[in-house]
Design a protein around this ligand. Structure first.
Ligand SMILES: Nc1ncnc2c1ncn2[C@@H]1O[C@H](COP(=O)(O)OP(=O)(O)OP(=O)(O)O)[C@@H](O)[C@H]1O
Ligand SMILES: [Mg+2]
Length: 297
């Protein structure tokens, strides 16, 4: 009992960070990008492929416990199976010199960074449609994300947005016993009570989209008037606004049952933007073809 208590003591020594220049197999650490709940992300150079990658490396204390290793392996296997344009591809995952290294394509920035600057309405809506498409794909495969938030959407050129960190929130919570830190952030109220589900992913997704399109993050329990609501409506069709509101309903049973249902509702909206000439040009080819496949099915 005692050793695991020591391992999970949050006051234990700070995680060992890898120095710039360190070689891990064919990767060379270039810089540290940031830290999340249980891992550090580094920009690295792939010396064989001659390009930059993002390495996500869990703190070593998570590798001292067989339960968290099992959890990690299970989630990595799930991530490796996901194959979708809107989901960040896991390029590789392996042990190198005692570190567990997850390798991802290197993005330009996160959605959290991007929303601090102005985004054209049509671009923001295009992102929202790609995000819904990605989560719908995951839910179709019966996979929950559990930590949908702007930091976990990575932007690439050509206005491509990809969701990362599938299932990793589960490892964080089992390993750390997340303390009730007060703010819910993008988490659904029932998930904060320990009951994540498809509907809680829908909630988080809806809230990220609300934040993207309004510039504001409403506080639970979302009493009208919602902050930023006028801004949210600007340029959007009333159908699309209603869809976002439905996704963030505090009562789970009033939301979409999963992102597939949300995406089906989106596909029935002909014009997400109130300016129809712009709406018609929206959607990247893949999104459109997936939607039309869905309609045909
Ligand atoms: N593939 C990537 N390309 C570019 N930057 C990335 C990539 N993956 C992660 N990052 C950067 O690294 C930071 C830390 O990521 P990490 O996933 O560890 O933390 P987080 O998303 O803030 O929290 P969580 O642990 O809940 O996922 C991100 O906020 C982002 O800035
Ligand atoms: Mg993350």
């Amino acid at each position: 009992m005692a050793p695991s208590l020591r391992i999970f003591n949050e006051e234990s020594e700070s995680p060992k960070l890898l120095r710039v220049g360190t070689r891990l197999d064919k990767y060379r650490i270039v810089s540290r990008l940031g830290e999340g709940g249980f891992a550090t992300v580094y920009a690295a150079y792939d010396t064989i492929e001659d390009r930059r990658v993002a390495l996500k490396i869990p703190e070593s204390r998570y590798l001292e416990n067989s339960q968290t290793i099992d959890d990690l392996q299970r989630e990595v296997r799930i991530m490796a199976r996901l194959n979708h344009q809107g989901i960040l591809r896991l390029k590789d995952a392996r042990f190198v010199d005692g570190h567990f290294v997850m390798v991802f394509p290197m993005g330009e920035e996160t959605l959290a960074d991007r929303i601090t600057r102005r985004i054209a309405r049509s671009t923001a809506v295009d992102y929202a449609l790609q995000m819904i498409d990605a989560v719908a794909y995951a839910h179709e495969q019966r996979i929950l994300h559990r930590d949908i938030k702007p930091e976990n959407f990575i932007l690439f050129d050509n206005k491509l947005i990809q969701l990362t960190d599938f299932g990793l929130a589960r490892i964080q919570t089992t390993a750390k016993h997340v303390s009730a830190s007060g703010t819910l952030g993008f988490m659904a109220p029932e998930q904060a009570m320990g009951h994540p589900g498809y509907r809680s992913d829908v909630f988080s997704l809806g809230l990220v989209i609300y934040r993207l399109l309004s510039g504001e993050l409403p506080d639970y329990p979302f009493e009208a008037p919602l902050p930023g609501y006028q801004k949210l409506r600007k340029g959007l069709s009333s159908d699309f606004v209603a869809l976002i509101r439905k996704a963030i309903d505090p009562v789970p049973s009033r939301r979409f049952r999963d992102a597939v249902a949300m995406q089906n509702a989106v596909s029935r909206i002909r014009y997400p933007l109130s300016d129809r000439s712009v709406s018609q040009q929206l959607g990247r080819p893949v999104t459109v073809s997936r939607l039309s496949q869905r309609r045909a099915a």
